[in-house]
Design a protein around this ligand. Structure first.
Ligand SMILES: [Zn+2]
Length: 303
């Protein structure tokens, strides 16, 4: 499937979002904040080639290469390119993102052996935080907030209060289906409440085009839909795959990666069974069920 070239959007002076269409599997967003003297990068990309293109885009915007990289979470599409920016840049992330990244290692390369990831040197955050951290990029205040377990156990929201821009990481997929396999359904709902407390104009989602806080409402509707489906299916003793296959996606049918529904039902079931939020699922079973939801076609990394 051909994919379009990445593009830059400037939602506020000194702030750029780097969007990789169409936002499907492995096609994440990044962004950077610069006062012209120093630059902070939010996330990298899944492959060496895409991370090098991101570095080119930073340079082409006329700002210095980043001295700080913030990872919104550990997933390889957001972090595999970290080493393209180190050792010049310090990588900052939540303490759980570091642990998860080191534990996951080259997981994406194992899931997608047909993808050319290039040279991936797993580079976890050098500097970690617990609840919140603030980086001052010249006069620009960059607040980094951990919303609790949500998309993963180590998510970070990157919030620019003066510019009213938020980088949500994968708490929001614009036009795509949320993915809770490594996080929490209940926690994802709480994370939306946190995002709503921020006075935001522009939302840079983890995948998909820039949006606004109305994306929180559609995401919440989906999460509540999953909770309802899973609650009914769990009570009836149905397997997650049966629940997902019987589901009428309604307004969510138009979202990319609808096969994630079955992964999300697996997560909801774990929570209904009393498992701690973010506890590991059987990833192979989840991937197999997503393949079955796709009529037997494995999910593809588009990077
Ligand atoms: Zn992710």
């Amino acid at each position: 499937m051909p994919v379009d070239d990445p593009y830059l959007v400037r939602p506020a002076p000194g702030v750029h979002a780097y969007v990789q269409p169409d936002g499907g599997w492995c096609l994440n967003n990044a962004g950077f904040v610069s006062d012209g003297g120093r630059t902070l990068l939010v996330d990298t990309a899944a492959t060496e080639r895409r991370a090098l293109a991101l570095r080119e885009a930073v340079a082409a915007a006329g700002v210095p290469l980043p001295r700080t990289v913030v990872n919104t979470h550990h997933h390889g599409d957001h972090t595999y390119g970290n080493s393209v920016f180190t050792p010049e840049a310090l990588v900052l992330g939540h303490e759980n993102a570091r642990a998860e990244q080191l534990a996951a290692g080259h997981q994406l390369e194992m899931i997608w052996p047909g993808t050319d990831f290039g040279a991936v040197d797993i580079t976890a955050p050098d500097l970690t935080y617990g609840d919140r951290a603030t980086v001052h990029v010249g006069a620009t205040e960059v607040r980094i907030v951990h919303p609790g377990v949500a998309h993963t156990t180590g998510d970070s929201v990157v919030w620019l209060p003066a510019q009213r821009v938020v980088f949500t990481g994968d708490l929001v997929f614009a036009g795509g289906t949320p993915f809770l396999a490594m996080g929490s359904l209940a926690g994802s709902l709480r994370a939306l409440d946190l995002l709503r407390t921020l006075d935001t104009e522009t939302v840079v989602p983890g995948h998909g085009p820039l949006t606004d806080p109305s994306a929180y409402d559609s995401t919440e509707r989906y999460l509540r839909y999953v909770a309802q489906l899973a609650g009914d299916g769990y009570a009836k003793g149905l397997a997650p795959l049966e629940v997902a296959r019987r589901a009428d996606l309604g307004e969510f049918a138009a979202w990319r990666e609808s096969e994630r529904l079955v992964a999300n039902v697996h997560r909801a079931y774990a929570e209904l069974a009393g498992e701690p939020e973010g506890s590991p699922l059987d990833l192979l079973a989840v991937l197999t069920d997503m393949t079955l939801m796709n009529g037997g076609t494995p999910i593809l990394c588009h990077a």
